[in-house]
Design a protein around this ligand. Structure first.
Ligand code: DAH
Length: 341
């Protein structure tokens, strides 16, 4: 049997000029397929006499394994040519799943989106605050009963102090820092920092010692503050009603119910008629108390202000029809996946 001696050489040469996977497999079948020299030579072995059969078989086996190895080795580099051929940089990238925006973030953004075109600037306040910004400058005098509705978490500035509650606080035992109970602290931060007139909105987390199906120890509020010449309660009413109708995208029945907040005078709580649930309280608001303006060096002869504060979880519960506030923070993916981005 004539066994060509240059089989490996020619195969190596041809493999070098291969440009695609298809060409590679074609060449491989030419050298190792059913009709290749090597495979048909094996079937012809039976015609040989035993001695030449043994030596030819040995030679063919060596050749076959060399060829097999040659093709195996070049397959990797051919595959990378294939990948190159297929690379289309204009294709969009594979989507990278990183979850979706939290419903509370979505609702905060929806509120912000209403006020931004009205030129409100976004202010981020401090979550760890001093008694001054959270209470005193907002006209909550020391030991005022209104503080009792805002029981919060105190950070002991003195490690020996064990005063954790403000309900029995006095100036000697009170810790310096606390977790803010409302975003109203940003009224003070912004007025002390900015020139008047001022239009600001401040979303953020607030803290209270409270926990049940409608209250959490940590929740989210958005504060609004306008200080300008000649602003009136009518302006406040107009903006709140327009905001609510925009937010729920329908005509709303809105009620301003007289209320009390130390930092506004007059003060109101705003209720909306919602479905068959009757009146629901949705936010607090009022005209900024002159004591607050004066404390922030605002000229009260020239400027007046109105403010409002709303709970985002409450808005989100109504908007999405969620009945247990704790669902927002239980990290349950079945719940969260209902709010795709
Ligand atoms: N800070 C109040 C609270 O958390 C809400 C509030 C009421 C904010 C009246 C205001 C306001 O700006 O004018 O209960």
């Amino acid at each position: 049997m004539q066994i060509p001696q240059d089989l490996i050489e020619t195969a190596t040469l041809k493999l070098k000029s291969v440009q695609s996977e298809a060409e590679f497999f074609q060449l491989r079948s030419q050298y190792l397929g059913k009709k290749s020299f090597i495979i048909s030579a094996f079937s012809k072995l039976r015609d040989l006499d035993p001695q030449s059969k043994a030596s030819a078989a040995k030679e063919l086996n060596i050749l076959k394994s060399k060829l097999t190895k040659l093709f195996e080795d070049s397959l990797a580099s051919i595959e990378s040519i294939g990948e190159h051929d297929q690379l289309d940089v204009t294709l969009p990238a594979d989507p990278y799943l990183i979850g979706s925006e939290h419903p509370i973030t979505k609702i905060s953004q929806k509120v912000i989106d209403y006020f931004i075109p009205l030129n409100y600037q976004i202010f981020s306040g401090n979550e760890i605050e001093t008694d001054f910004y959270n209470f005193e400058a907002l006209n909550f005098p020391e030991n005022h009963p209104a503080r009792q509705m805002h029981d919060t978490f105190y950070l002991n500035s003195n490690s020996n102090s064990n005063s954790n509650s403000n309900s029995n606080s006095n100036s000697n035992s009170k810790s310096e820092y606390l977790l803010r109970t409302h975003t109203s602290n940003t009224q003070i931060n912004s007025m002390l920092k900015e020139d008047m007139p001022l239009y600001m909105l401040s979303p953020g987390r607030v803290y209270r010692c409270d926990s049940d199906t409608t209250h959490l120890p940590m929740f989210t509020q958005i504060e609004g503050l306008v200080v300008d010449e000649d602003v009136t309660f009518g302006d406040l009413k107009g903006i709140i009603i327009d905001f609510l109708e925009n937010f729920f995208n329908e005509k709303m029945e809105v009620r301003f119910r007289p209320s009390y907040f130390p930092f506004t005078e007059p003060s109101a709580e705003v209720d909306i008629k919602f479905g068959n649930q009757g009146w629901l309280e949705i936010l607090g608001c009022g005209m900024v108390h002159p004591n607050v303006l004066k404390g922030c060096n605002v000229d009260t002869k020239k400027y007046r202000g109105f403010a409002f504060g709303m709970g985002i979880e409450r808005l989100a519960m109504l908007y999405y029809g969620v009945s247990d506030i704790r669902d927002f923070y239980s990290s349950n993916l079945d719940f969260l996946n209902q709010f795709p981005s």
